[in-house]
Each structure stands twice: as structure tokens, then as C-alpha cells.
Design a protein around this ligand. Structure first.
Ligand code: F0G
Length: 457
């Protein structure tokens, strides 16, 4: 059979909240044109994020009931720990309340000694936590990552030549950590090849710099390796995952993505001294090392989710549903990042809204138009999220102006996806009507979460 179907049936449902275009215009104005500030019941289809928005399975809900809420030594922790050890092959596992809890702890500890972090592309909270610890983050994406419209199999790769050049110089003394984000979220959800993971690891070993994976979407990345990299077609995803982690000294994980959990995260590593330092900080910020900011029931849900995500029927369906949306948009001439990523379709707002200059945030124009037209909530990954100012107060724009349509796991059906495509295509056909935006209020860090905006006249 050619048709790839959802590998689940639905036991419990929740309603969508329908609104009219007039209601949405008013809601957006009240939210100061920042969709993060909208009440979610004013959203029909929520593609803001794939994080914490998964539908849990009946097994996971059963796990919730099994959770043991002992403060110390809960069997739920040991089950969680063993699952991470078995899947990732990393011996030390430290739970945190979500990915950024793990980031805060790791970077606070490492930045005490060294102040540079190098990545294929750091995610926004990851970069913010690095900068907040007084360090700097450098992104070395590969060449192919620079053109959203030109497909390549592994656009998430690190530029290993640039990495080696940096580490071979005197600056190596200040490099705390190299991080590969798999898949590369801010770079379009694009995968990193096994070859690139291996090469990055070898370079790090040569210059004695620790190497971690930011592993939120590790299973989606492994699936892409299986589909696209020579020699992996017949290898089970779980073995590909083991190999990916075998090259790393540790990982940061948000369990809100590829563990189907609504909350949770962890740090895992091999270095016992580093683990002692991380746990010291853990107990004063997150909690005791056998729960780390989570309830026992959450640890159960994560452990079960980590097993479920490796189901190849699920991964085949997941990629098919993302490609299905991307194909429809491409057929209508909508500019998207190619090939589509693992958890999202990314619109290329620079080409979608060609008439809007980058200092008027074309990504925001597209996000607002999608919301007004069809109640779809997307997120800008462009100069509002990553732009900086120079000394004269001029915007230094981000490399890309993308709009991410993140697809929550196991939540929306094919007709929802058809509706999403229809809305986007209509907005694209009327794109000349869109105007740019200006910021009227913003925070110093992670400004996209709270910024207030206004349409240009
Ligand atoms: N790293 C990456 C690559 C992420 O995508 C995220 C979160 C984090 C770290 C932080 O994890 O949310 O559990 O604290 N990404 C979400 C997103 C928020 O929408 O892409 P967290």
C-alpha cells in the first residue's frame, strides 16, 4: 500500500474553538500583534510549537496513574533513568523541569571556566541561557543551510571546516562546549547527518572540547539518517539513535518534543565530575536528583514516550504528514524551506512578503495574516526572534526570515492539514495587501515572547 496512515486511533478528543475574522482582528489588536499574547481559545489551529503539545498515548496516561511521588528514590525515577540509559547509552541522567532547566544548569556550571559555545545553530532559549551566563554563542551552520529554497539532505549540519579552524586557533582555550542541535530547529528543522556528528565529535576530541547534542528531536533526526544517508536504510532507528549518542559526551533534552510529554527534560552525560557540579546546582534550583523539578508521574510519561517515539510506523507517518503540507504549498507556488523539516514546515517570509523590508519584520506580517485569515497561530523565526541592534540602534537582521508552522505530535488530522494549506495559499495569493510592522515595546532577552508591535501605516 502506498498510503501512509496515522498509526493510532483516537480515544479522547477536545473541541476546537471557532472564531470569526472580525473577532480575530480584535483579538490580535488586543494582543499587540504578538500571537504569543493571544488567549489560546482564540486560536483555531495552533502551530505555535510542537513543544509540550503532543497527544499522549493511553499507555502514557496509564503511566501517569502509576507514577510514584516519593521525594527520593521513586521507582518512577529509576524506570526513567534506565530508559534514557538504554536508548541513549549515556550513564548519568539528571531530570529537569524542561529543556531550558537543563540549559541553565549546564551553562551556569561550564561558563564558570570558559565563555564560548559553538553550535550548528543554537535555539533561542539555548542562546539566551548562554548569554545570561555571561558567555557567547557562535553558530557555524553549513553552506547549504544558507539558501532556504535549495534542497539538500542534511541542511542541519555544522560547518566542520570552520569549527576546526576555530578550535585550532588560540580561542580554543575559551571554548566551553560544542553543541549540535538535532534536528536544527532554528535552521528549519533540518537534520544533521551521522557523518557530520562523527566528524564534529572527532574534531572536539582532537582539541579536547566537550561535545553535547541538543537532542529534543533526536528520533526525527535518526529517521532522516535512515532515509537519506548511505548505509543506514536497513538499520533500525533505535540502533541509529545509539550510534548518534555514542559520539557525544552528553546531551541536553527537552522531553516536550520527542518524548511526547507535556512537560519535562533532562541532562545526560558520561563525566562524573561535571555531573556532581550539575547536581549541586540542581538541588537548589530544580529539586532533588531523583525528580529534578518533575512529578513521578511525569517521569513515567517521559519514559514511555521515549520508547514510543522509536516506532518506525509513527516516524514514517510523522514525516509524511509534514511533507504532505509542504507539497501542497510548493504546488501553489508558496515559498517554503526545502526540503521540509522534521517537525514543521517553514515559510520563507523574505520571498513570501518580498515587498516588506527586513526591518519591518516580514515574518510577523505573515504570522498576523495567517491568524486573521484562518485562526492559525504560527511563529516568526527571523529578525524579531534573533535580530540585534548595532551601536547606532540599527537592526542587524537574522540570517533568515522564516515562519514556522510546527505540527504538534499525534494531534491534528489530514483534514486539519488541508485547511492549513488552504489558508496559507489564500494569504499568499493576497500577499500584496500585507503591511510591515514596527516594535513599540520590547524586553532585553527573548523579546519575541512579549514584544508589542504595531502595523506600519
Ligand atoms: N533546544 C531546542 C532545539 C528547542 O527547540 C527547545 C524548545 C529547547 C532547546 C528548550 O526546551 O522548551 O523544554 O525549555 N523549543 C520549543 C519550540 C519551545 O517551540 O521550538 P524547553
Amino acid at each position: 500500500m502506498k498510503t501512509i496512515i496515522e498509526p493510532f486511533k483516537i480515544k479522547s478528543v477536545e473541541p476546537l474553538y471557532f472564531t470569526t475574522e472580525e473577532e480575530r482582528i480584535e483579538a490580535l489588536q488586543e494582543a499587540d500583534y504578538n500571537v504569543f499574547l493571544l488567549p489560546s481559545q482564540k486560536v483555531i489551529i495552533d502551530l505555535l510549537t510542537d513543544s509540550g503539545t503532543s497527544a499522549m498515548s493511553s499507555r502514557q496516561w496509564a503511566g501517569i496513574m502509576m507514577g510514584d511521588e516519593s521525594y527520593a528514590g521513586s521507582p518512577s525515577f529509576f524506570r526513567f533513568e534506565k530508559t534514557v540509559q538504554d536508548i541513549m547509552g549515556l550513564p548519568i541522567v539528571i531530570p529537569t523541569h524542561q529543556g531550558r532547566g537543563a540549559e541553565k544548569i549546564l551553562f551556569t556550571v561550564l561558563s564558570q571556566d570558559k565563555k564560548t559555545y559553538i553550535s550548528n545553530t543554537l535555539f533561542d532559549t539555548t542562546r539566551a541561557n548562554i548569554e545570561f551566563s555571561g558567555a557567547v554563542g557562535l553558530d557555524f551552520p553549513c553552506e547549504e543551510a544558507k539558501n532556504p529554497g535549495i534542497p539538500a539532505p542534511f541542511k542541519g549540519n555544522m560547518d566542520v571546516v570552520k569549527l576546526e579552524k576555530h578550535l585550532a586557533g588560540p580561542e580554543v582555550k575559551d571554548v566551553a562546549l560544542v553543541i549540535l542541535t538535532v534536528t536544527n530547529n532554528s535552521g528549519g528543522g533540518q537534520p544533521v547527518s551521522m557523518e557530520n556528528i562523527r566528524q564534529t565529535s572527532e574534531i572536539c576530541k582532537k582539541y579536547q572540547v566537550p561535545f553535547f547534542l541538543d537532542a529534543c528531536r533526536f528520533a526525527e533526526n535518526a529517521w532522516f539518517i535512515k532515509q537519506r544517508e548511505n548505509g543506514y536504510r536497513d538499520i533500525p532507528v533505535k540502533d541509529i539513535v545509539r550510534e548518534m549518542f555514542s559520539y557525544a559526551n552528553g546531551c541536553l533534552m527537552s522531553a516536550k518534543k520527542d518524548a511526547f510529554a507535556n512537560i519535562g527534560g533532562f541532562l545526560a552525560m558520561r563525566d562524573t565530575d561535571l555531573a556532581v557540579r550539575c547536581r549541586n546546582l540542581l538541588v537548589i534550583t530544580e529539586g532533588f536528583p531523583t525528580y529534578g523539578g518533575l512529578a513521578g508521574r511525569d517521569l513515567e510519561a517521559i519514559a514511555i514516550g521515549l520508547e514510543e517515539i522509536l516506532d518506525e510506523h509513527y516516524l514514517a507517518y510523522r514525516m509524511r504528514s509534514i511533507t504532505y503540507l509542504s507539497d501542497k504549498l510548493v504546488a501553489a507556488g508558496v515559498p517554503v524551506m526545502l526540503p521540509p523539516g522534521g517537525h514543521a514546515v517553514y515559510l520563507d517570509a523574505k520571498r513570501f512578503a518580498e515587498h516588506i523590508p527586513v526591518d519591518q519584520y516580514p515574518g510577523i506580517s505573515v504570522v498576523c495574516a495567517l491568524y486573521i485569515k484562518g485562526g492559525i497561530r504560527a511563529v516568526e523565526i527571523g529578525s524579531l526572534m534573533f535580530g540585534k541592534y548595532d551601536a547606532g540602534g540599527q537592526l542587524i537582521p537574522a540570517v533568515h526570515e522564516l515562519v514556522r508552522l510546527a505540527i504538534p505530535r499525534r494531534v491534528y488530522t489530514q483534514s486539519h492539514i488541508d485547511y492549513i494549506a488552504e489558508v496559507i495559499i489564500e494569504v499568499f495569493n493576497e500577499r500584496k495587501k500585507m503591511t510591515g510592522y514596527k516594535i513599540i515595546e520590547e524586553a532585553l532577552l527573548l523579546r519575541h515572547f512579549t514584544a508589542k508591535l504595531q502595523p506600519m501605516d
